[in-house]
Structure formats: C-alpha cells, structure tokens
Write a protein that binds this ligand. Structure first.
Ligand code: NAP
Length: 486
C-alpha cells in the first residue's frame, strides 16, 4: 500500500461466486496481497459441482450477475448452470482473478496467534493472513440419506450434486428420489430420453410456473450497446423482487404469498388425472419449503412412461427400490436428488481464535454468526453467505455483494490503524441471534413443513426480516457491536 495504510495480507477460502467477488472488490479497494485457496481444480463453486441434467438457476440471470459485470450474452431469462459457470470463468478471466487462486488446496486448519491467522491445507501447505474471508458456500456438502441397503444397489447410483456424466440414461429405467428443485429440474431434462422414469416423492411440493423465454438477438445487441440499460433493468427487477417476493416470505400473512399460493394451485390444476393431482398436492403452504419453479414438471410427470411413487421407501435392493407396500420398483439408475447438508459452512475446517475459541465449539449446537458474517473470538475472519443469511429465492450474488461492502468497511478500519483486530462481541451476537430466532418464527418457513431451512429446533436458519432491512444493516457496521483490539 502506498497511501499510508497498513499493508494487509488476505486469504480467501473458496473460488466460487463469493470468492471471485472478494478478490475483485479487495483489489478495487487497493489491496493486492491476496491468496485464494480452492479445494477443487476449477473455480465456480456450486456451479462447478452441480452439473446434473437440467441444472439451472431459478433466479433471473439479470439478478444472478455481479453488479459490476452485467452479461449481455445470457441466453434466457433463467440460465442453465453451464452458462453461469462460463460467466463466472469469464468474469474471473476479465478481472484477472485466477492469478490469485491456488487450486487443489483445501484449507483444513486456521489458527490465530494474536497477531495473524496461520492456515494449513490438507496437503500441508501453510500460509499467513491478516484477514481471512470464508467464501465456502452454503449448498456444498451433498446429503446422502441413510436408506437401508443403499450400498446393495447393483445399477448406477448418482447424486445430483456429484453428477457422473458417464452414467447413461437413454432407454433405461431411471429412479429419482426427491421433489426439490434439483429433482424437478432433472425430471424435466431427462424425461424424453429415458425408458421409464420413477419419481419417489416423500413430500409433494408446490411448483410455481416458470416462463423462460430466450433473449432475442436484438435484446442482446441492445444490452451490448448500452450496458447501462441492463443495469437499469437489473435495478428494476431487483426492486420488484425485494418489495414483492422477498418481503412476502418473511410475513406469513402477506397478500403476495396468498397470490403466489393461488398461482401454484392453478398450476397444479393442469394435472388432468385427479388421483395424480391429489398425490401431487402438498400438505403445507406454498413457499413454506423453498418454492420450486418449473415450466415443465407437471407436463413431464403426466407422460405415460413416468410414474410418481408416494409410498415410503422401505429399502434399496440390488434391483431397485422396495417401498413399504412391498412393491419392488426396478431400476437401472438411481438418482439421489436429496439435497445438501446445509449446516456445514466453513466446517470441517478447524478454526481457533487467539485465546482458544474454536469454531467447532461455537457451532457445536448449530452455526450462528453476527449478521451471518463474523463469530466472537475469531477476529478478522469474515464470511460471505454465512449462517442464517438471506436465502429465500434471493440472488446470493446480491447478498454476497452487500456483505462484502460491509466487510470492506471493517477491513478499512484495520488498514487505517483504527484497530489491528476486529470481532463481534458475544453480547451483540447473542442479541442478534435471539431477535433473529423470534422473527424467524413469523416467517412462512415456520408454518408447518419440513425443509432444509429448519434447524434442529425447527427454527428457520434464515434472515427473517425484509431484504430492505438487510440492505440497511449491511450499509454500515454498527461499531458498538464489535470488539476492537490495538
Ligand atoms: P432439497 O430441496 O433439500 O430437496 C431434497 C429432496 O430429497 C426433498 O424432496 C426430500 O424430501 C427428499 N429426501 C431427502 N431425504 C429423503 C429420504 N430419506 N427419502 C425420501 N426422500 C428424501 O434439495 P435440492 O432439490 O437439491 O435443493 C436444495 C436447494 O438447492 C434448493 O432449495 C435451492 O436453494 C438450491 N437449488 C437451486 C436451484 C436453482 O434453480 N437455483 C436448483 C437446484 C437447487 P422431503 O421434502 O420430504 O424432505
């Protein structure tokens, strides 16, 4: 640094959407000494790892883009995963992010000695940092259900979040377990080619219809010629989203939610067979589970070679799935679309603060963080998309950008000498968590369904206030909530 600020070294953990963002914004702020450690051999995070057939983002692409890198080339309103992966690679190239990334290095240990963080990777590489940014993702560790006999299955077994492209589907008997976004997208993408498709449903889901038009060449040319027009469109859609859907989900009585429920009900009515429609009817309110958005699911599930099985799974056998009614559903391929272990965040990494605070102990019951960003006793460690942040169909890029601007304000205080170490106080963190827990109980996610949003107590692990409130809280840190050390 040449401006009199203290030189700082940064380690960013993870080269997904948030890690790429962190590098770009740190450099914008004048920080150049940055190392990114990525455990895989390619950047992209969730978009690298989720490449099952049909994977797509159900947030409009115009919103699922960095504010500083609008993309005139999006092919559709909602883009396929591979396109998002290419976008992230392209942004990383354009902003020269890759020179900071070391691949194949999983950080397993971080310990603060009172002065700096000392980090160690699985292969034994070490590094030091004044500031660590945890950009390790939320939907990251696939959840494999403990179904009896899973290892006995003689066909091909894949998880949507660890897809194996060598597994052939064409003409074969394919079974899919799950009815979340991943399952629904997979069904729509594979239905044409498979011999038979059996969907194993434990809970029916509400499905919001999706219209996904392609951008015309004319529209794309317009965005290319005038990037500001795309930015304006971004802001308009973002505002509509924040004032519409995003605010509705945190108010279980909202009229917008009632409208969403009506759209889902009307969509379900497109299922002609009454018995099938009944079995596809959820027993919970729309948006209680994360809304599934699809334009082709109901059409696919009504095809003659597709079956919905809602009997409980008893066990997996070599030849297929045996349900509790005694029926064996024969399968060549079994797809687990069973989601993620969502309470991991930076774990299994061991993180130890200067006076011995351990992340494993702080999170022994469940993960918490002051405003999703920082943990008491672990100074100069900031998370993007950390625990209990906004997740309800928001653009996590927008969330991470707001969080990063907030983190940069704390980093500035370290760089300008206001303090050497900064961490949230225990009091502020506990007060935040208490208020969050109370507010979470009033959201639609707490209206009586089981979902990955709920913690072990049944409390939604989310930001339970409006998106506007989130923007306001991220605008500037309340420094009273922090412990500063010289
Ligand atoms: P998910 O929403 O957690 O769904 C998992 C599914 O597996 C559920 O239907 C669940 O049933 C079922 N399941 C789990 N264990 C089971 C068992 N033992 N027996 C039978 N069924 C079982 O996972 P996901 O579909 O991968 O989606 C996770 C999140 O990823 C989404 O909510 C979304 O945030 C994100 N995602 C986003 C997109 C996108 O378009 N942006 C696409 C894919 C995923 P129950 O419902 O009964 O628990």
């Amino acid at each position: 640094m040449t401006d009199g600020r203290r030189p700082l070294r940064f380690v960013v953990i993870g080269a997904g959407m948030a890690g790429i963002l962190a590098v770009i914004r740190l450099r914008d702020r004048g920080f150049e000494d940055i190392a990114v450690y990525e455990k895989a051999d390619r950047l992209g995070g969730t978009w690298r790892e989720n490449n099952y057939p049909g994977v797509a983002c159900d947030v409009p692409s115009i919103l699922y883009s960095y504010s500083f890198a609008p993309n005139p080339e999006w092919t559709h309103r909602f883009s396929p995963g591979a396109e998002i992966q290419s976008y992230l690679e392209d942004v990383a190239r354009r902003f020269d992010v890759e020179r900071s990334i070391t691949y194949g290095q999983e950080v397993v240990h971080a310990e603060h000695d009172g002065d700096r963080w000392h980090l160690r990777t699985a292969s034994g590489r070490t590094d030091v940092a004044d500031v660590v940014i945890g950009a390790t993702g939320v939907l990251h560790h696939p959840f494999v259900p403990g179904l009896k006999g899973l290892d006995d299955f003689a066909g091909d077994l894949v998880h949507t979040a660890r897809w194996d492209a060598s597994v052939l589907l064409n003409g074969r008997k394919v079974g899919i377990i799950g009815t979340g976004s991943s399952a629904v997208q997979t069904v729509g993408a594979v239905v044409d080619g498979v011999g038979e498709l059996t969907l194993f449903q434990r809970s029916a889901q509400w499905v919001l219809p999706q219209d996904n038009p392609a951008y015309t060449e004319e529209e794309k040319a317009g965005f290319r010629a005038d990037p500001d027009s795309q930015r304006r469109l971004h802001d308009e859609i973002s505002e509509l989203f924040a004032d519409g859907f995003a605010n509705a989900v945190v108010d279980a009585d909202s009229p917008i939610l009632a409208h969403i429920a009506e759209l889902c009900r009307d969509h379900l009515e497109t299922v002609v067979d009454v018995d099938l429609r009944t079995r596809l009817t959820p027993d919970h309110r729309a948006a209680c589970k994360r809304l599934v958005i699809s334009g082709d699911f109901y059409e696919a599930i009504q095809r003659p070679h597709v079956r919905l099985v809602d009997a409980d799974i008893d066990r997996i056998e070599a030849g297929g799935i045996r349900t509790t009614d005694g029926v064996l559903h024969e399968l060549d391929v079994l797809v687990l679309a069973t989601g993620f272990r969502v309470d991991r965040f930076m774990r299994p990494m061991e993180v130890v603060g200067p006076i011995g605070d351990r992340l494993s102990e702080a999170w022994a019951e469940r993960p918490t963080a002051y405003l999703s960003i920082a943990v008491p006793g672990l100074p100069n460690l900031f998370m993007l998309n950390g625990p209990n942040g906004p997740v309800g169909n928001f653009s996590l890029i927008e969330v991470a950008e707001l969080q990063m601007e907030y983190v940069l304000q704390l980093v500035d205080r370290i760089a300008d000498g206001t303090c050497r170490l900064v961490s949230p106080s225990t009091d502020a963190t506990e007060a935040h968590e208490e208020a969050r827990t109370v507010a979470a109980g009033k959201t639609v996610w707490a209206t009586g369904c089981n979902s990955w949003y709920l913690d072990d107590r049944g409390v939604p692990m989310v930001w339970p206030w409006s998106f506007r409130e989130f923007q306001a809280r991220m605008a500037a840190p309340e420094m009273d909530a922090y412990v500063l050390t010289d």
